[in-house]
Design a protein around this ligand. Sequence first.
Ligand code: HEM
Length: 402
Amino acid sequence: MSGAVRLTRFRECEAALRNRDLRQALYDAGKVVMEGVLLALHGDEHAKRREVEVRVFRRNFFRYYEKEVFPATLAETIAPYVESGEADLIAMGYRLTVNLTADFAGIDRPERSGEETDRLITLTKKLSEGATMVHSTRDPAELNAEVAQALAELDRDFLAASIARRRALLEAAGTGDDDADLPRDVLTVILRAEDELELDDAQRLREIGFYLQAGAHSTANSVVHAVDEILGWAGDDPARWDRLDDPIFVQQCVHESLRLHPASPEAWRRSLCPVAVREDESVPADTRVELDLFQANRDREVFGDDADSFNPDREVPSGVMRSALAFGIGVHSCLGRELDGGVLARAGSDPARVQYGIVPLIVIELLRLGVRKRPDRPPEPDESTIRPNYKSYPVTFTRVSR
Ligand code: HEM
């Protein structure tokens, strides 16, 4: 292997993410859960798997999910916290998003009980810790053993029954094209495409484990960062608080926060051949190319002199997303982007017709409830990782009548 190079400029990172001579390399350390999963694949193998799994991630389905399925999950999950008048946003975020990713991954929760959700959250957090092992501050051997155990428990307690139910449904549906009665999730599409994909049991387990954790971790953290930025921005300014009554403006705030706090602060790639990474610099084959997405998303040349600050009114150049590279770009671009971020609405759009995205929807609801930081219990950083995430973020709800 020949050394490493680090890219910090927006345009360099954008080009590297689009360069097919660079393969995924961030998840080599976390292979106990990430080996052979969609995000870790390259070339034809990746294209083939993505072509199958993308069938779940269509815009019309996101709209249906956000308008018909998620409101009930949101109301049900948030109710006990509203009742008590306080919450830890990290715990609440996981509780909300694990249901979301379990729906998309294809993990059934037959009991629909709090204990069952708690169990799934514990497993999901462990898988997440495993996937991001490259940034962990813990002993790798110990963590590997815990993650392997979590995978085994996911298999035994959730996946086996979820597979059996889908196999029966697929058999009943026969070979017809009418899949209206089939679950709309990754597990169903990979079981249906079994002959095409040829995943063995262990690989299928990792794929589902990957989906479960990828969406949950990033969604929960993005909610907390957005709330933190919005509360800081609004401060004591009544005019700013008034603007936050507009859900379309809140969606814009969330995208600005995603830019500042990409779920993965960096992406790593490895060169398959000599590759030009900057205008005047090439790297030889087998070089690690580190993409500093945190810095790239704050590149002053692209986002202006106030690139480091939260400015929801920021103008971005044409062709650049408000969330910058937070959802990635190129072949590995996030399949959950429109699910979580929605479709950015123009000012003046009909609020009832906007596809907000799950993160904005959660933030809109938290603001409606009058979310505020607890002055007596400041947020705590997560010290098990070098990623700038919170371990806890205690809040109160100031607009609930109890
Ligand atoms: C705010 C929330 C989210 C953020 C910031 C985010 C971010 C990202 C990023 C940066 C990548 C690309 C990584 C790379 O290029 O190395 C990615 C890939 C991916 N994301 Fe997300 N994600 C989010 C939510 C979700 C959700 C909810 C799901 C699924 C339900 C999801 C599914 C995926 C999948 C399947 C990939 C891999 C795509 C591929 O390799 O072809 N993400 N995500």
